[in-house]
Design a binder for this molecule. Sequence first.
Ligand code: CMP
Length: 140
Amino acid sequence: MAVTRTFSIIKPDATRRNLTGAVTKMLEDAGLRVVASKRIHMTREQAEGFYGVHRERPFFGELVDFMMSEPVVVQVLEGEDAVAKNREVMGATNPADAASGTIRKELALSIGENTVHGSDSEENAAIEIAFFFKPEEIVG
Ligand code: CMP
């Protein structure tokens, strides 16, 4: 299997509860390597742009407000089959449906405050990485 990259966000519910390290440890324990990381406070423009695909959803306003509410940590993760590996360790979007041992089952508060975002495909990973990182900020 090839070594690939994916994009991750540690969301405001996690930074607020001082869980940046706890989430990162679960990612690392799953075999992923953090090759870029920065803590930012998202602007409205960034949150609306990043989640633009969800613009027509009823929860879009709530999602954007939440992502701007506190700092987040954006990361590039590297590993074998990184997109799938990250989705496995994150667990289902709704923590009520997530398998035990996953980040969302163990740490998330609700479907909105669900602790982490992860890319859903390699194609979207490349787009999402480029949204927040310059190539020289990624050090593998
Ligand atoms: P994420 O992987 O970041 O991608 C889109 C986000 O929308 C998702 O995680 C959830 O946090 C959020 N989301 C999805 N469904 C709902 C919902 N019904 N109510 C609020 N937020 C939602």
